[in-house]
Structures are given as structure tokens and as C-alpha cells.
Design a protein around this ligand. Structure first.
Ligand code: AMP
Ligand code: MG
Length: 480
């Protein structure tokens, strides 16, 4: 049986200046470590064929499936505020797979060798970080947060050199597309206006097809991306996800979370939470994420200026208007999500204050973010501090003012408060077993628990425990 790949590569039909065509670099001894069977099924792919020698050769970059047109994408981006020419330095887009239901997804190999955009890098990836991306992206998907997915991880049989020698690996990433804010920055800075327009038209057709009928399709595109990103970051905040490297090249046009480098979930609630060892200024701290997303949208707006209006002044005015709407959209999504987390189905003026007070109490008493909502959801508010008890009474009074039963309130809360998140120490434990001992069972168990974060099962309880003090502060490293 064949894998059922069905490629149609629209990106490869754009101007040649958007990419470099090249083959992935073969590896010596590929071995399948992870295969996402449920994702394969969703995509109309045959898992058995994917797991066969021929299938694994595709994931390793040793065989290009029929219909694929491998290429590395060109893009630029602001990294920690500084503009750079980037591009896929260690990734290759095999092409776009069209599923039996007509959905179009990018199939990308990450860690597949050097490209013209590699600069000093080796084009490769280590097993640990690729498994980490697999775990966290799949956890995000289960949390109902838009994200790129992970179809497979293979080891290469080769070592990569970071601080030490590490086993090399290739991740197969599935995405609505890999168009980034940085792709537009690249076109605006280095290509012609016609090419910029080609890219914008392409993005509209692929992700915002309603824009094809809008009076100003580029204004429409900017507005839609702005809203999608506002919703996405609100989702991150609601589950305590810290992306860690919100550079403009890591922000998609589709609104999916991308690039699981130094990301991690917050334990104790603190807006200043940073995990990445290189983010010394806290630019991408938890509490800063909404501002940074707004900043990134401003960079997208700048890139689109030549298309927004013929007259520059008018174009700037239009862009400004949209950028300024970001905070309000963000707050709308966030408030909606917070109300759901607290079981509120009506809206009251004072809700924002009630939520703000809870967050402030979490901060003051150094409470675990996820488990505070978990305790509310399970009605296990076992605190002695008067301030926490007072808040609880006010919240109870607030939910009593709604015309629904308490059962319904708690049901709503269970749907919006994850019982478990990928705790950093749990992820590390799973990675250590897999990378050091070739034992995937710890990871498989973790993935299984994370696949239903709203289930509130007995088996999940052990994954809900916050880290021991010795596991803090947790640090992530960019040497991925
Ligand atoms: P990231 O931090 O993963 O968003 O990557 C930023 C840029 O560095 C992108 O252009 C990547 O393709 C590139 N890059 C990261 N790691 C490597 C590597 N090992 N070899 C070549 N390029 C890399
Ligand atoms: Mg990136």
C-alpha cells in the first residue's frame, strides 16, 4: 500500500525569488522514533506505509515522494527587535499535501540539511528538541489552540554538535502554511511591488478567501491576521503558554502557533515569567506577549503599506487604524476566555475586576496558574488565606447571579480549564528517557495524558502536580 501522498505545490508556483529549490540532504541511517497515527489518518495518509522503510526514507529526506517539489523558503524577520535576512536554514518544504476532504497543508522537514539560507548553521536538528516540539505542539492541538502539527520524528544515525554531541533527527511538520510576517517583510524589503502583491494575493486565497470580494483586499488581509493573532495570543495567555521567541519570522499569517524552540508553560503565575536563557531583557515574557504580538502586526502593516493605498499618507492612516484595534480585540478574546474559565456565561461590568483580583492573588501567594483554575473547577478551594477565601465567596456570589445550574457552571469550567498541561519537568523526564536510553514509554504515557487535557481523569492526576522547588527556575536553551 502506498502512503497516499497527494501533492499540489502552489507556493512553488510563486515567483522564484520566494524560495530556493533543492533536495533534502540524505542521512546515513534513518530510524522512525515517532509517528502520529491519528494525524496521519486525519490527513488521509496510510500510517502503515508511512512507517515502512520507504515511508521513513521520506521523513528522513532520503527519498522525495512523487509530486513533491522540495524547496527552502525565503523570509526575513525581526529577531529580538533587529531585522535580519533569514529563510529556511534547516528546513525543506516538500510541498502541499491536499487531504481527501480538500484541506491543503504544508509538509515540511525540519533538520533536513543545509540550504542557501543556512548562514553559519549545520542545517540539522537534535533529537531532544524535535521530540520537544512534537510533544508541545500536539499538547497545544489538544488544548484547542491553533498550531502546526508534528507528523513524525526520525533519527538520522548521525550526530549533531551543539555543546556536546547529540543524536540528529528530522521532524516532519504539518502546517496550514509557513507564510510568516517575515515572509512579507522579505518581499517588502527585497522584492518588487508586484511580487509583494503576488504574495498578499496568495495569502488571501489560501487563508482568507473572503478577502477576494472585499473592497480593499489588503486592508482585509491585515485586519484578519490582526484578529487571528489577537485570538491566538489570548489563547496562549489563558493556558499560561510562554512562546519564548516571538520574532516576526515565528509569527504565521494563518494564525497558527509555530516554532517550539524555547517555549514552556508557566507554573507559578507571574507576568514576568521567562524561560529562554537568551531572553535576558524579558522581551518575550508571559505578560509581554500581547504587546509583542501587536508589535509584530505593526511590522506586517509596514510591509503591506505599498498595497494598502497608492498614497503613502493614506496607506499609513489605514495601517494605523488597524494596528490600533489590536489591544481591543485581544482583550475581547481574553475576557471571553477568562469568563469561560470562571464559568461565567453572562457579562457584568465588574467581571474584569474579579478576574484581575484573582490574578493578583495568584501572584501574591505564588499560586500555580493551571492548578488554581483546576481547584476552582473541582471545587477544591482549600486555602486558609482570608483574601483567597473572600475572593472565592465573591466568585460564588457572581456565579449564583446566573440563570443556570451549578452543574452547568462546572461543566463549562471543565471545558475551558485544562486539568493538565505539559509541565516542564514532565517533558524533560520524557525526553531524557527517550534520548538517553531510547525508552519512549515515558513520552508515550505523557502524550496520551496530554491528548485529552479537559478529560479530568484519575490517571491524569499525577501529571497535574507542580514541579518540586528544586526543578525551578526552569530554563530553556535556544541551541535547538
Ligand atoms: P528559529 O530560532 O528556529 O526561528 O531560527 C531562526 C533562523 O535560524 C531560521 O532562519 C532558521 O532556519 C535558522 N537556523 C536555526 N538553526 C539552524 C541550523 N542548525 N542550521 C541552519 N540554520 C538554522
Ligand atoms: Mg523560526
Amino acid at each position: 500500500m502506498d502512503a497516499n501522498w497527494n501533492f499540489d505545490n502552489s507556493y512553488a508556483r510563486l515567483s522564484e525569488r520566494f524560495f530556493a529549490r533543492l533536495q533534502p540532504t540524505p542521512v546515513s541511517d534513518p530510524e522512525l522514533v515517532m509517528l502520529n497515527r491519528s494525524l496521519a489518518e486525519e490527513l488521509g495518509l496510510h500510517a502503515e506505509a508511512l512507517a515502512s522503510e520507504e515511508g521513513v526514507a521520506v521523513f528522513a529526506g532520503n527519498r522525495v515522494p512523487e509530486g513533491a517539489e522540495p524547496l527552502a523558503q525565503a523570509y526575513a524577520g525581526h529577531q529580538f527587535g533587529y531585522f535580519n535576512m533569514l529563510g529556511d536554514g534547516r528546513a525543506i518544504l516538500l510541498g502541499e499535501h491536499v487531504t481527501p476532504s480538500g484541506e491543503r497543508v504544508d509538509i515540511q522537514l525540519k533538520g533536513s540539511g543545509r540550504t542557501p539560507y543556512s548562514r553559519g548553521g549545520d542545517g540539522r536538528a537534535a533529537l531532544g528538541p524535535m521530540l520537544r516540539e512534537y510533544i508541545i505542539s500536539e499538547a497545544m492541538h489538544a488544548l484547542h489552540i491553533p498550531t502546526t502539527r508534528s507528523l513524525a520524528v526520525v533519527t538520522t544515525g548521525e550526530v549533531v554538535i551543539r555543546e556536546t554531541e547529540l543524536p540528529g533527527a528530522v521532524l516532519t511538520r504539518v502546517a496550514a502554511s509557513h507564510l510568516r510576517v517575515g515572509t512579507f517583510q522579505y518581499a517588502a524589503r527585497f522584492l518588487s511591488k508586484e511580487e509583494l502583491q503576488q504574495l498578499a494575493d496568495y495569502a488571501i486565497k489560501r487563508h482568507y478567501p473572503n478577502g477576494e470580494h472585499a473592497s480593499n483586499r489588503y486592508v482585509f488581509l491585515l485586519e484578519e491576521v490582526m484578529k487571528k493573532q489577537a485570538a491566538l495570543v489570548a489563547n496562549w495567555q489563558l493556558v499560561g503558554f510562554v512562546h519564548g521567541v516571538m520574532n516576526t519570522d515565528n509569527m504565521t499569517i494563518s494564525g497558527e502557533t509555530i516554532d517550539y524552540g524555547p517555549c514552556a508553560f508557566m507554573d507559578v503565575y507571574d507576568p514576568k515569567t521567562v524561560f529562554s536563557s537568551i531572553d535576558t531583557q524579558g522581551r518575550y515574557a508571559y505578560g509581554n506577549q500581547p504587546y509583542m504580538a501587536g508589535w509584530n502586526i505593526a511590522r506586517l502593516a509596514e510591509s503591506l503599506l505599498p498595497l494598502l493605498h497608492e498614497e503613502e499618507e493614506k496607506a499609513i492612516e489605514l495601517a494605523q487604524e488597524i494596528i490600533e484595534q489590536f489591544p481591543a480585540w485581544y482583550e475581547t478574546y481574553w475576557l471571553q476566555g477568562m469568563r469561560a474559565k470562571l464559568g461565567l456565561c453572562t457579562e457584568e461590568e465588574e467581571d474584569k475586576k474579579l478576574i484581575g483580583e484573582l490574578l493578583h492573588l495568584m501572584y501574591t501567594y505564588r499560586l500555580d496558574y493551571t492548578n488554581t483554575f483546576r481547584a476552582l473547577t473541582l471545587d477544591e478551594w482549600h486555602f486558609c488565606e482570608q483574601a483567597l477565601l473572600d475572593w472565592y465567596i465573591r466568585w460564588q456570589q457572581r456565579i449564583a447571579r446566573q440563570d443556570i445550574t451549578k452543574d452547568k457552571v462546572y461543566e463549562r469550567m471543565r471545558q475551558h480549564n485544562p486539568a493538565i498541561i505539559p509541565r516542564n519537568y514532565r517533558v524533560e523526564e520524557a525526553l531524557a528517557a527517550a534520548v538517553e536510553y531510547g525508552d519512549n514509554t515515558v513520552m508515550e504515557r505523557l502524550l496520551y495524558a496530554l491528548s485529552a487535557p479537559y478529560a479530568y481523569t484519575k490517571e491524569q492526576e499525577e501529571y497535574a502536580k507542580p514541579p518540586a522547588p528544586s526543578d525551578r527556575p526552569y530554563r530553556t536553551f535556544c541551541g535547538t
